[in-house]
Design a protein around this ligand. Structure first.
Ligand code: PAF
Length: 290
């Protein structure tokens, strides 16, 4: 396995693989890899001839008051895991490699970036679109793998890929969970013992809403109220948002769900102390037109 920091060198190596007819799978990450990342890598390995894992804590997707400096990092451990899984290349650029002096370009999907998590993280998805555009151009993957815990990220990027005619497929992968339901996230490392116990309220709240939807509840407000009421039972947790949107354009779904003609995303974010956690589920009303 190689580890390369230079975008140009990485681009050359990946171009040589493509020229030899090899299919590249890309797993973009910010490092501190966990079993969720591992599941993306395993899927990429099964579907590609060469797998590239990018490890880059991307400054452009963090707000001024967010956790860029304290974001957890363990490059050695990440390298060992990637090596043991059979990854071909870790692309690990520095911020200067990715954003050299004079860098001036922006990439954005404003309508889809302004809702859900974007309401309180105004530039986050612009930063994600920018860095992923660069990663796609440097690596030239046939497929890129994204976890659905960050469902908004996947849907925003899918729209960017479609709108810009980028020649790759984005592969959405299921959320990996702890046995008690907590969605895996590098940020779970911030939780103290009491917060870690309390964190299960998020998946519990979403499970209740999903159960209600499966049981026939078609009022989006009732699903949101159920999530809010469940989170309110946990004194350590503060709900940031719970929202129901259509997956195509992330438009708010305020009418009856039975009027929806496709898949919806029910998503929530909450705070435990200084730590922000997100989770979601996808649901297609069986009666929805396809
Ligand atoms: O999901 C992440 O870890 C990041 O947002 C990504 C896609 C690697 C871009 O920095």
């Amino acid at each position: 396995m190689e580890t390369i920091a230079s975008p140009l060198e990485t681009q050359k190596l990946c171009a040589s693989w493509r020229a030899a007819g090899l299919k590249i799978g890309l797993v973009p990450t910010m490092g501190y890899l966990h079993a969720g990342h591992e599941s993306l890598i395993v899927k990429a390995l099964a579907e590609s001839d060469r797998v590239v894992v990018s490890i880059f804590v991307n400054p452009t997707q963090f707000g001024p008051k967010e956790d860029l400096d304290k974001y957890p990092r363990d490059f050695q451990r990440d390298q060992s895991l990637c090596r043991s899984l059979g990854v071909s290349l870790i692309f690990a650029p520095s911020p200067d490699d990715m954003y050299p002096a004079g860098f001036a370009t922006k990439v954005a999907v404003p309508s889809m970036a302004a809702t859900l998590c974007g309401r309180n993280r105004p530039n986050h998805f612009d930063g994600v679109c920018l860095v992923c555009s660069k990663l796609f151009n440097v690596v030239g993957p046939r497929k890129a793998y994204f976890g659905l815990k960050d469902a908004q990220q996947y849907f925003v990027l899918a729209r960017m890929v479609r709108d810009l005619n980028l020649d790759l497929e984005l592969v959405p992968c299921p959320t990996v969970r702890e046995p008690d339901g907590l969605a895996l996230s590098s940020r779970n490392a911030y939780l103290n013992e009491a917060e870690r116990k309390a964190a299960t309220v998020l998946s519990r709240a979403l499970d209740r809403a999903k159960g209600a939807a499966l049981g026939g509840q078609r009022d989006p407000k009732a699903l949101i109220d159920l999530i809010a009421a469940t989170v309110a039972e946990e004194p350590l947790a503060r709900l940031e948002y719970a929202q129901v949107v259509a997956t195509g354009d992330l438009a708010d779904v305020s009418a009856d769900l039975s009027t929806i003609d496709g898949e919806i995303l029910v998503a929530a974010a909450l705070w435990l102390g200084q730590t922000r956690l997100i989770d979601n589920f996808l649901f297609t009303p069986p009666e929805a037109r396809r």
